[in-house]
Design a protein around this ligand. Structure first.
Ligand code: DOR
Ligand code: ZN
Length: 345
C-alpha cells in the first residue's frame, strides 16, 4: 500500500445550481465537493432556473464562480433552439467548453424536440468545441446524423443503454466525430436498486438493466466510451422525498472511490482510471492542464463512503455506506495545496 500521485481529475458534467437553486448547491459547496472527490476542474451545465442561454446569464455565472469557487470552473452554454444568434458572442469565450442540447425532459425548462431547431443549432454552432447531447434511445440517431452533416464534434452524455453503446460504436467505426461519457451511477446501480433506494435512485436517464450495465463496462474497456462524467445533480433530501421527486443524484464525492473499487475488483486498470478522469476529458474538451495540479491517494486503501460526511450542500449519496477505494488524501492546484490529510484548507 502506498499513496501515489495522479493528475488532477476533470469532471465535464456537473450541475452546481448557482445561480437560482443555491439551496441545493452553490459554487462554493459544489467546488468543495469537487476537491474532496479529487476533481480539480469541472464543467457546469446550463439548466439553471434562468438557463445559461444568453451572454448575460453566462457572464453572471462566470462572475459568481470567480467569487465563490475553490477550483476552476468551465461552462457549457445552453440552447432552447431560439438563441442561435447569440452563439457567435460566446463561442470563443475561453470559459465555454461546449454547447448542451436537452433532447429529453429533465430538471429545468431546457428542452428541444423539434428537428428543424436541432438542425439550426448544429449549423450555427460553428466551433470545434463539442455539442453535448442528452439524447436517450431514439433521439440519438438524429444527433449522430447531424454531427455527420455539419461535421461537428458530438459528445453523448451519460450513455446508459446497450443500444446506445452500439450506436456510438458504429458511429466511431465509420469515422464520425463522436465521444461518449458514462456516469458512475449507471456503472454501479441498476433498476433493481430503485426498490431499495426509492427516489434517491431516480435520475435521467434512468438506471438500466444488468445487461445494460454490462454493455457499459464493455464499452468502457473497448474504447467506445471515452470518459466518466458524474452528472453531479444535487437535490435536497426533502425534495427527493416528495412526489414527484426531482431527477438526479450527487456524484462528485463518490466517483473516484467507485472507480478505484472497480480497479480493486479487476474490472479496469489504474491507467484506465487516469484515462477516463483526466487524459480523455482534457483532450476532448480542450481543458487547460497544469504540471503542478495533482492529487494524492492510495488505490489499495479502502474507506466507508460518507463516514466523514459530505461537502455537497445536499449531504446525501446513493452510495452512502459503500466500501470504496482510493480516498483523496491531498489536492494541489497550480502549486497551491487545497486539501491536506483529507481536510480542505
Ligand atoms: O437526473 C438528472 N438530473 N439528469 C439530468 O439530465 C439533469 C439533472 C439535474 O439537473 O437535476
Ligand atoms: Zn446532467
Amino acid at each position: 500500500m502506498a499513496i501515489k500521485k495522479f493528475p488532477g481529475f476533470i469532471d465535464v458534467h456537473v450541475h452546481l445550481r448557482d445561480p437560482g437553486a443555491t439551496h441545493k448547491e452553490d459554487f462554493q459547496t459544489g467546488s468543495r465537493a469537487a476537491v474532496k472527490g479529487g476533481f480539480t476542474f469541472v464543467i457546469d451545465m446550463p439548466n439553471n432556473p434562468t438557463p445559461t442561454i444568453s451572454p448575460e446569464a453566462l457572464q453572471e455565472k462566470i462572475r459568481l464562480a470567480e467569487q465563490k469557487s475553490i477550483v476552476d470552473i468551465g461552462f457549457h452554454y445552453g440552447t432552447d433552439g431560439q438563441n442561435t444568434e447569440t452563439f457567435k458572442t460566446v463561442i470563443d469565450n475561453e470559459k465555454v467548453f461546449g454547447l448542451k442540447i436537452y433532447c429529453n425532459y429533465t430538471t429545468g425548462t431546457l428542452l428541444v424536440e423539434d428537428q428543424l431547431l436541432w438542425n439550426n443549432i448544429f449549423r450555427e454552432w460553428e466551433s470545434k468545441k463539442p455539442i453535448l447531447v442528452h439524447a436517450e434511445k431514439e433521439k440519438l440517431p438524429y444527433m449522430i446524423a447531424l454531427s455527420k452533416k455539419y461535421n461537428r464534434h458530438l459528445h453523448v452524455c451519460h450513455i446508459s443503454l446497450t443500444e446506445e453503446v452500439s450506436m456510438v460504436r458504429r458511429a466511431k467505426e465509420i469515422g464520425i466525430y463522436i465521444s461518449a461519457g458514462v456516469t458512475p451511477h449507471h456503472l454501479f446501480l441498476t433498476e433493481k436498486d430503485v426498490n431499495r433506494l426509492g427516489s434517491l435512485a431516480m435520475m435521467k436517464p434512468p438506471l438500466g438493466t444488468q445487461a445494460d450495465q454490462e454493455a457499459l463496462w464493455k464499452g468502457l474497456r473497448d474504447g467506445t466510451i471515452d470518459l466518466i462524467e458524474t452528472d453531479h445533480a444535487p437535490h435536497t433530501k426533502e425534495e427527493k422525498e416528495k412526489t414527484p421527486a426531482p431527477f438526479g443524484v450527487p456524484g462528485l464525492e463518490t466517483a473516484v472511490g467507485l472507480m478505484f473499487k472497480a480497479v480493486h475488483e479487476g474490472k479496469i486498470s489504474e491507467r484506465e482510471v487516469i484515462k477516463f478522469f483526466h487524459d480523455n476529458p482534457a483532450r476532448i474538451f480542450n481543458v487547460p492542464t497544469h504540471e503542478n495540479t495533482f492529487i494524492m491517494l492510495d488505490p489499495d486503501q479502502s474507506y466507508i463512503m460518507g463516514e466523514d460526511g459530505y461537502e455537497t450542500k445536499c449531504h446525501w449519496s446513493p452510495f452512502d455506506g459503500w466500501k470504496l477505494y482510493g480516498q483523496i488524501q491531498m489536492v494541489v492546484i497550480k502549486g497551491k495545496t487545497i486539501l491536506e490529510k483529507r481536510k480542505l484548507i
